[in-house]
Design a protein around this ligand. Structure first.
Ligand code: ATP
Length: 241
């Protein structure tokens, strides 16, 4: 039996324009304190799901045509994105989306203008390289370091649920492992995580529970360890041999 969901998605159907239905009656739970991962091939609807949760869907031309997203029982469907952040649901931007001409420290400030000093200390403890390079322009960081900065920026808003969209994309294996370890650490400090990943092996090692999206629908779900152990699942959905 899973813990009661903090973030809950119910029967969510999302379309872009008239022609493209990107999600069809998707339901998913992120219980307090868990890492939940969403896996799926290109175009399966992972990014769309993140947008629907973070309230940014309409900026991309999408609409929720039915279903709902709730946090602690409160509907977020009609909440603007900034309100959803205030509720405690914060998406880390892609690593490439940090402000390159601003310093590391200025980027963090954007994430949480009113954050107490202790929050910045938490971020610097999690990512020591950001502390070392705090005065440098973000554009001078490596891809992996920019990803760390993006995550650090999200943490400055002190999320209850951290949304991560492919944080290891394009990173060398060693850097991907470092990011994965840090996600675990963030979670152990009490932040729930919804992790979208193409790297199924890495995500299943990290997560408590997993969903596999296939053309906009939940094709499979279960404890991450069970999915990782099933040969059928590995071959059919995850491309792991
Ligand atoms: P990827 O890993 O490639 O980003 P994904 O699983 O995140 O894939 P989505 O980006 O959510 O998938 O896309 C789901 C479907 O919605 C795809 O068919 C895609 O072409 C379509 N789609 C996504 N964004 C838009 C948009 N802004 N306008 C129209 N169609 C879109």
């Amino acid at each position: 039996v899973r813990a009661q969901a903090a973030l809950s998605v119910r029967d969510l159907t999302v379309s872009y324009g008239r022609a493209v239905r990107a999600l069809h009656e998707v339901s998913l739970d992120v219980p307090q304190g868990e890492i939940v991962t969403v896996l799926g091939a290109n175009g399966a609807g992972k990014t769309t799901l993140m947008r629907a949760i973070s309230g940014t869907l309409r900026f991309h031309g999408g609409v929720v045509s039915s279903g709902k997203v709730t946090y602690s029982g409160v509907s977020l469907n009609t909440s603007p994105a900034h309100r959803i952040v205030e509720t405690g649901i914060v998406q880390a931007p892609e690593g490439r989306r940090v402000f390159g001409r601003m310093t590391v420290e200025e980027n963090l400030k954007v994430g949480g203008f009113h954050a107490p000093e202790s929050t910045k200390k938490r971020v610097f403890d999690l990512f020591p390289v950001l502390a070392e390079r705090r005065k440098q322009r973000a554009s001078l960081l490596s891809g992996g370091e920019q990803q760390m900065l993006a995550m650090g920026r999200a943490l400055m808003a002190r999320p209850k649920v951290l949304l991560l969209d492919e944080p290891t994309l394009g990173l060398a294996p060693l850097m991907a492992q470092t990011i994965a370890r840090t996600v675990k650490e963030i979670n152990e400090q009490g932040t729930s995580v919804l992790l979208v990943e193409q790297n199924a092996a890495l995500a299943l090692r990290l997560a408590d529970y997993a969903y596999v999206l296939d053309v906009g629908q939940v094709a499979l779900r279960g404890p991450a360890a069970e999915l990782a152990a099933s040969d059928e699942v590995r071959q059919r959905y995850l491309g792991i041999v």
